[in-house]
Ligand binder design. Structure first.
Ligand code: NAI
Length: 329
């Protein structure tokens, strides 16, 4: 198949080229959007990533250009209008899991950095400043950690937190048997919010979870709670969290995702003036750590993404169907 790969980056090309046996890969740097969708004219398959826009309008342009398959290089598909894709006869396939370890481990990196302030220590020591003022952390051992969403990533996060000696509370309305077998306590969301010293979000972004963390849920949390989001930005109402940071209700915030990230992440904007004032306010807090959607970014995950994506495309080409197809509910 001829595949137009949007939002492509140099670091992923070698993984795709290694895993590719027979497809014609065309690398496009722009993000898929109403302005760039026409670049895919004549391509049977369009391959895109988390911040590409597969809205109804974009999908109409793709369908008019002959695209039959939208192959996501991601697990999440909240950026795709699945109903429009079905109406237009475009099949949507995804990579259900590539490395849940990568994301869960990144959540731990955010927790440990925020807690022990290694990012500050790194700079201080290089400048000959060995003062410990402002670097005080707490033992994770014995703390209560709340995991929201006990799927693939949430379960690994829970296991890692158990490894630190945390008491782990979990909330997931549809927890499977694997999750229930773990030595964690399943509780209602409000109990988790009220009892946790740190909360890590691992549920998908859907209508039901949009702004799951809002002014009311922040008010229910323990004063000084640490909040970690490596899932999707839309789970958090950012202004509500900023208000919580200002009062100290939220003691530390670690984000790998941000609701308006598609205008920022995966680009080098170091020479430009960032226009998003909410995002810039977040960066002004000493107890906020933001990474630019790099939770997935390990060698193992990139290879798995390339293999599964190309496998999905080959399966669809051979059979007209794909095990990893996603359909509108
Ligand atoms: P998964 O589908 O295995 O697990 C999601 C879990 O959330 C399921 O157990 C489901 O029952 C639960 N859930 C659904 N609604 C819920 C609710 N209202 N409250 C609590 N739990 C709820 O997904 P997986 O693989 O664990 O991924 C989780 C999320 O991580 C993805 O949806 C994606 O947004 C994000 N992700 C982030 C990456 C990054 O680079 N930062 C990379 C990959 C995924």
């Amino acid at each position: 198949m001829r595949i137009a790969i949007f939002s492509s980056r140099r670091y992923e090309r070698s993984f795709f080229e290694k895993a590719n046996a027979r497809h014609d890969l065309v690398w496009l740097e722009p993000r898929l959007s109403p302005e760039t969708a026409s670049l895919a004219a004549g391509f049977d398959c369009v391959c895109c990533f988390v911040n590409d826009e597969a809205s109804a309008g974009v999908l109409e342009t793709l369908a008019a250009g002959g695209t039959k398959l939208l192959a996501l290089r991601s697990a999440g598909y909240n950026n795709v209008d699945l109903a429009a894709a079905a109406r237009l006869g475009i099949h949507v396939v995804r990579v259900p899991a590539y490395s849940p370890h990568a994301v869960a481990e990144h959540a731990m990196a955010l927790i440990l950095t925020l807690n022990r302030k290694t990012h500050k220590a790194y700079n201080r020591v290089r400048e000959g400043n060995f003062s410990l003022d402002g670097l005080l952390g707490f033992d994770l051992h014995g703390r209560t950690a709340g995991v929201i969403g006990m799927g693939r990533i949430g379960q690994i996060a829970a296991r890692l937190l158990l490894g630190f000696g945390c008491r782990v509370l979990a909330y997931d309305p549809k927890a499977g048997p694997d999750a229930q077998a773990l030595p964690v306590a399943f509780v209602e969301l409000n109990a988790l919010l009220a009892e946790s010293d740190l909360i890590s979000l691992h549920c998908p972004l859907m209508k039901a979870t949009h702004h799951l963390i809002n002014a009311a849920s922040v008010a229910r949390m323990k004063h000084g709670v640490m909040l970690i989001n490596t899932s999707r930005g839309g789970l958090i109402d950012t202004p509500a969290v900023i208000a919580g940071l200002k009062t100290g209700q939220i003691g530390a915030l670690g984000l790998d995702v941000y609701e308006e990230e598609e205008d920022l992440f995966f680009e080098d904007l170091s020479g430009t003036v960032i226009q998003d004032d909410v995002f810039m306010r977040l960066l002004s807090f000493p107890n906020v750590l933001v990474t630019g959607h790099q939770g997935f970014f390990t060698e193992q995950a990139l290879f798995a993404i390339a293999q599964t994506t190309l496998g999905n495309i080959s399966e669809f080409e051979a059979t007209g169907r794909c095990t990893n197809e996603v359909r509108a509910a």
